[in-house]
Ligand binder design. Structure first.
Ligand code: GLP
Length: 247
């Protein structure tokens, strides 16, 4: 695990973008795992800039998103599909046919989850997975208590996560209570992972994930067991770490 601490959100976003761009240049048909939330927005902005100014191409890339709310159509402005479209996909040359975001409106959720897993396998696995972290240490929507070997499935969101997400919806009733999420086992099979976090409200989660024990109560702590993981964070998210890490 390589922990890279940057002075600002901008610098950490650029650092993560450098890793993504490097892998993409080496393998134009990269299988890229993507995350939503406010954290990776700076990374996506930098990738868009690289696409426009440096000719970084996503034409052969296949993408897999980590998760999606159940019950929100892709056209809903809070669906993760919509988020990805607005914050990345519409600005780059990714082929729409190669985009995968779990379908929160699928009739057969279990069948859809199985299809998602098979699709990842069929494409040779995820080469590089981007991850954020929830305030409670969750990754994707694998809440505390999730099995460390879990696969893509339906998850009930914790009260805390529902509250955290309420700011994006008009009322509490509208906030989805269920989601489809890649499992921790699925995420761990990615060949490389980049966990990103910024701001002080992530400092406790980052400390538990990096310096605490590996436990399903802090799902992100499983990253300690990954063979090739980067933790790219800003000074504030790193503020509770006690070890010395690379700046
Ligand atoms: C949601 C997403 C996670 C994300 C987390 C943190 O729970 N399912 O993938 O990491 O939010 O979001 P933010 O980056 O906005 O803090």
């Amino acid at each position: 695990m390589l922990v890279i601490i940057k002075n600002s959100y901008d610098e950490m976003s650029k650092e993560a973008a450098k890793i993504v761009a490097d892998r993409l240049r080496k393998k134009p048909n990269l299988v890229l795992g993507l995350a939503t939330g406010s954290t990776p927005i700076g990374l996506y902005k930098e990738l868009i800039r690289m696409h426009k100014e440096e000719g970084l191409s996503f034409a052969k890339v296949t993408t897999f998103n980590l998760d999606e709310y159940i019950g929100l159509p892709r056209t809903h402005d809070q669906s993760y599909f919509y988020f990805m479209w607005e914050n990345l996909f519409k600005y780059i040359d990714v082929d729409r046919r190669y985009i995968h975001v779990p379908d929160g409106m699928a009739n057969d959720i279990d069948g859809h989850c199985e299809w998602y897993e098979n699709e990842i396998k069929h494409l040779g696995g995820i080469d590089l997975q981007i991850l954020g972290i929830g305030g409670n240490g969750h990754i994707a929507f694998n809440e505390p208590g999730s099995s460390l070997g879990s696969r893509t499935r339906i998850k009930t969101l914790t009260e805390q996560t529902v509250k955290d997400n309420a700011r994006f919806f008009k009322s509490m009733e509208e906030v989805p209570k269920f989601a489809i999420t890649m499992g921790i086992g699925t995420i761990m099979e990615a060949k490389e992972v980049i966990l990103m976090a910024n701001k002080t409200n992530k400092a406790d989660a980052i400390k538990s994930a990096i310096e605490g024990p590996v436990t399903h109560m802090t799902p992100a702590s499983i990253i300690q067991m990954h063979r090739k993981a980067y933790v790219v964070i800003d000074k504030e998210a790193a503020s509770k770490l006690t070890h010395q890490f690379r700046g």
